[in-house]
Design a protein around this ligand. Sequence first.
Ligand code: R2B
Ligand code: URA
Length: 316
Amino acid sequence: LTRTKAQRIKEDQSNDLHGHPSYVLNPHLSTIKEDILYHFNLGTASHDLPAMFGDVKFVCVGGSPWRMKSFIQYIAGELGLGDPKAEYPNFCEGTDRYCMYKVGPVLSVSHGMGIPSIAIMLHELIKLLHHAKCSNVTVVRIGTSGGIGGLEPGTVVVTKQSVDAKFQPQFEQVILGKTVIRPTDLDEELAQELLQCSKEIDEFNTVIGNTMCTLDFYEETGQARLDGAFCSYSEKDKLNYLNEAYSAGVRNIEMESSVFASMCKLSGLRGAVVCVTLLNRLEGDQLTSPHEVLVNYQLRPQKLVGYFIKKQLQKS
Ligand code: R2B
Ligand code: URA
């Protein structure tokens, strides 16, 4: 299921008619009277979604709830829209599945760990943007990852393509028992814009590269770690595999980019993945850096995306 050019033109025309694009692609949705976004604890009948979210232009998503809360505080300060020390309401109060914060045109949403967790969140987020009649939205995943190759820990990787554990730029899904393959390339122009922002900030190293998305942090279909509860291969096997990944253009490894990229593509949302590397996987598996160092690294994607948003808003 990908949008053909003809579909896009038709949608663009209908966008003009209704004044908003359709990020959803589901004929059944229009037959649902009330759409309940269950994992957000929001719904079309219980909430005025256009009034609450209609002005959203940037959505930042990341795994950890506290990081997404600190991101909204940071962005409030950066954009001069609020006190960075203030408490901002969590729109998903009433559920602890995900959290959601907003200042001005920026929405910050947590997605948990792994493909299924982010996929559920993205279905509901895309429907939320649709119900709220949002337009021209950019979505960025800000996250953490393991680096490979010569990257110093703390390097930020902007994803060119998300590849699977066989280094293929695709996301394989089983729908009604049949395997469906969806593309995972991201918006190249947006990736270049983010790289340019990093050059302008000039505080940390940023590269563009492929990101390998795995189903596990440790062993099986995972990140080739030697420190899981189980391990069936040698250190040499591990290094061979990671070197092969490097040769395929992989610069970092995480656990959500493939379904993120594929859902951005399906919905027509402009999307980017910006992850900091917490360690060099050719040198180890355990996260041995002090907590403050790791927390500091995690501010880098926030800084980069904050700068990008500010620049975009100054342009418009
Ligand atoms: C990066 O970090 C998490 C695992 O520690 C996972 O969500 C990811 O993609
Ligand atoms: N997140 C991952 O998925 N892998 C790492 O090695 C570090 C953070």
